[in-house]
Design a protein. Structure first.
Length: 745
């Protein structure tokens, strides 16, 4: 017999564990402030409001807040979602009508409003380019705009919690979820993801920062152990989280599946209490990833506030087991009060009471989706990285006569990443039936084919498509064409890791086409960096990542120069696997991070390795001069100023990067800041950036503080981590920053 699961009391939680039917709660209505409900007074602080409401709550009501359910019917454990959940959604936490507490309706994820694969009705929504693609824009306002857009769709779809965004550093370039994240540098990842989360929460939603922490592979993701020192973590992965949290003030942080130094992240006191609460002073609530809770008292007492996504855990740890633990005193009542307070404080702070979501339509207005599609197109265009352009093959002339378009289902659509973040498009999957068709699939192509857009932009050309399965046939078509465009794809997703070698002999296809026609353009639709052994034999390479709802239009606009490429790499492309810190495949059990904080480009610099394409690299159809670098010490840190001039014939945008070098660091240099500058041909602009002082420091575990050593520091202005144009030197005094230090404002 199948049962509906819903809980508003200890009895209902017990019924859940026993497999019994519980009672559906009525819809929640919020009321204006009154003597009976002082917590509805908007003039009070979120803390005061949370304190007032917790004081009126019963133990059963507090327990209701800290236990969440998967929002979609699921065959696992014969699970039926609560009747008030949004079918096809990630999660649901019941409201408490007596006190006017609204339910929490939770949706995945970082690129848009996702539908879970088991749902019968999929929500057709707008997909941003992948998180890595947005980070490749180095455009903070664009990240905010994208977040604001997907948050608007989440609210219009009936959700008030969005499980975005991911800030895990790319330590392992084969990680299947790299496409969701912000690259390999703490500052770049932190500020870009932080801006996206700020945009989401501008819609009176709660967003999460995830997956906390040191979570860089999907292999053995439930039990794998990330082994890293305190100082090394603070200067790398944790610093990215710190920057993102400070910038966005997220309502929630989601703890990850993996262990950290032997203890699961969701019951790791060092992560959840010592760092997140004591050192960073963050005031939101910690929710678990779906199935990442492994205990009751240990998790609650370590700092986990909400156990999410039942039935994915082995037991309902914060259901009847938490009720029993509180009754026995294993979890103090004061701790349960604190858990409820943190959740409610976030709900007050982000407007969930004053701005309740109501309807949950399957479809959204077409004019809204069209406008949002334009946002994704611009994001995709600004995030695509022109890696190579020999002989100025690109942009293609609209008068080119014959074009071969080869592979990658370019006649149908553009590839998306898989797993819980997958956004289903209006119009459905353009290439259905590719395995796997179920979790972590389906393999999805958004119905915006590059082929159609290319034909629109080259109306005088003969444009011929071939699927690329036969390299000989593809080479013959290329030889008979003025230009060949090969679309190379790599599908990645949650719950698995990938190879850096393109599947299905795509390297062989590209080599065959390039041998037949030197004017070969390769468009990469991938979740991250891949090996490009053919790079020196092709004319141009465009990294389009997973380009989202309007990706086909964006790619064509870039190829024909309707838009000037301006993306820069947020990750390093290796030449070979033996350049990686861990050349062997992602492993099981302990992963010892012997490289410490030397992540990404820092590793290549420290080891003297020459990558295929370095961090920060990105070409344009115009040219830029980076000049006039000056630096001074101000307020104990470095302020750098420089001029960017467009010396070419076309308008365009460049990303000027400031790197800093000190002594005793994990690597020769660190990214200290950047400025994206849009310029007309001949235009110039001076920019000034201030380096966050923690980027000049090392973490001293003994004194529990950041230490900036006195002495000379080199400040570098570059177009990439390997293309340094100017250098100056400044002298800094010694300085100590407490663990709680953060910039003013």
């Amino acid at each position: 017999m199948k049962h509906r699961i819903f809980a508003v009391s200890i009895m209902a939680l017990a019924a859940l564990a026993a497999g019994c039917t519980a009672t559906q709660a009525p819809s929640v209505q919020t009321d204006a402030a009154s003597a009976d409900r002082p917590w509805m007074d908007r003039k009070l602080s979120p803390d005061a409001r949370a304190t007032a409401i917790v004081a009126r709550m019963t133990t059963d009501e507090k327990l209701t807040l800290v236990f969440g359910y998967f929002g979609t019917d699921f065959s696992y454990k014969n699970y039926k979602a609560p009747p008030e959940a949004r079918q096809g959604s990630a999660g649901y936490v019941p409201g408490i009508p007596r006190l006017g507490i609204p339910p929490q309706w939770q949706t995945d994820a970082g690129i848009g409003v996702a539908s879970q694969g088991g749902a019968l009705n999929k929500r057709g929504r707008t997909a941003l380019p992948s998180g890595l693609a947005t980070t490749a824009t180095w455009h903070m306002a664009r990240a905010y705009q994208g977040g604001e857009m997907i948050g608007r769709e989440a609210r219009a779809s009936g959700f008030n919690v969005m499980l975005a965004g991911g800030v895990n550093l790319m330590r392992e370039p084969r990680n299947g979820r790299n496409f969701e994240y912000g690259g390999e540098d703490p500052w770049l990842a932190g500020v870009m993801v932080g801006e996206q989360v700020r945009g989401i929460q501008a819609n009176n939603l709660i967003a999460t920062i995830k997956h906390y922490a040191i979570n860089d592979q999907e292999t053995d993701r439930d039990t794998g152990n990330s082994v890293i020192g305190d100082a090394e973590a603070r200067m790398s992965d944790l610093l990215a989280f710190q920057f993102a949290i400070e910038r966005s003030k997220p309502g929630s942080v989601m703890c990850s599946y993996n262990k950290v130094n032997g203890t699961h992240a969701c019951e790791n006191k060092w992560l959840l209490t010592d760092v997140l609460r004591r050192d960073w002073g963050w005031q939101g609530y910690v929710m678990s990833d779906w199935g990442a809770t492994h205990s009751t008292a240990s998790a609650a007492n370590a700092g986990l506030d909400q156990d999410s996504g039942w039935p994915f855990d082995k037991e309902p740890y914060f259901g009847k087991l938490l009720a029993e633990a509180v009754a026995k005193g294993d979890v103090p009542m004061a701790r349960l009060d604190e858990m409820a307070h943190r959740i409610l404080r976030a709900m007050f702070a982000h407007g969930l009471f004053e701005h309740p979501v109501t309807d949950a339509p399957i479809d959204l207005p077409s004019d809204m989706l069209a406008a949002h599609g334009e946002i994704t197109r611009v994001d995709a265009e600004e995030g695509a990285v022109l890696l190579r352009n020999e002989g100025e093959l690109l942009p293609l002339s609209p008068m080119v006569r014959t074009i071969a378009v080869i592979g990658g289902h370019a006649d149908k659509g553009v590839l998306a990443g898989g797993g819980s973040s997958l956004v289903y498009p209006v119009g459905g999957n353009a290439v259905p039936g590719i395995a796997p068709t179920s979790w972590p699939g389906p393999v999805m192509y958004y119905p915006n084919p590059p082929l159609d857009a290319i034909r629109r932009l080259a109306p005088h050309a003969t444009v011929t498509f071939i699927d690329g399965k036969d390299p000989v046939a593809a080479a013959k078509l290329a030889a008979d064409s003025d230009v060949a465009i090969v679309f190379a794809t790599q599908w990645a997703g949650e719950a698995f890791d990938v190879s850096l070698t393109l599947a299905d002999n795509q390297d062989g296809l590209i080599s065959a086409v390039a041998a037949a026609n030197r004017k070969t353009v390769v468009v990469l639709e991938t979740g991250g960096p891949v090996l490009t052994p053919w790079a020196g034999n092709v004319g141009a390479i465009l990294a389009a990542w997973y380009p989202g709802t309007r990706g086909g239009d964006a790619i064509a606009n870039l190829l024909f120069g309707k838009t000037n490429p301006s993306g820069h790499l947020p990750v390093t492309f290796p030449r070979s696997l033996d350049q990686l810190a861990k050349p062997s495949a992602p492993n099981r059990g302990d992963t010892v991070y012997s490289e410490g904080a030397t992540v990404g480009y820092k590793w290549y610099d420290a080891k003297g390795l020459e990558p295929q394409f370095p961090f920060g690299h990105g070409l344009s159809y115009t040219s830029f001069l980076l000049d006039g670098l000056t630096a001074r010490v101000r307020d104990g840190t470095i302020e750098a100023s420089f001029v960017v001039t467009n010396t070419g014939a076309y308008p365009g945008a460049d990303v000027a990067q400031v790197y800093v070098a000190g002594k005793g660091w994990e690597a020769p240099k660190r990214l200290g800041g950047f400025a994206r500058v849009n310029l007309a041909a001949g235009g110039a602009e001076r920019s000034t950036i201030t380096v966050d002082p923690r980027l000049l420091a090392t973490w001293d575990s003994a004194s529990h503080s950041w230490k900036i050593a006195a002495g000379s520091y080199e400040v570098m202005l570059g177009a990439s981590s390997r293309d340094i144009r100017q250098r100056v030197t400044v002298t800094l005094p010694a300085r100590t920053l407490p663990a709680s230090w953060k910039p003013k404002g």
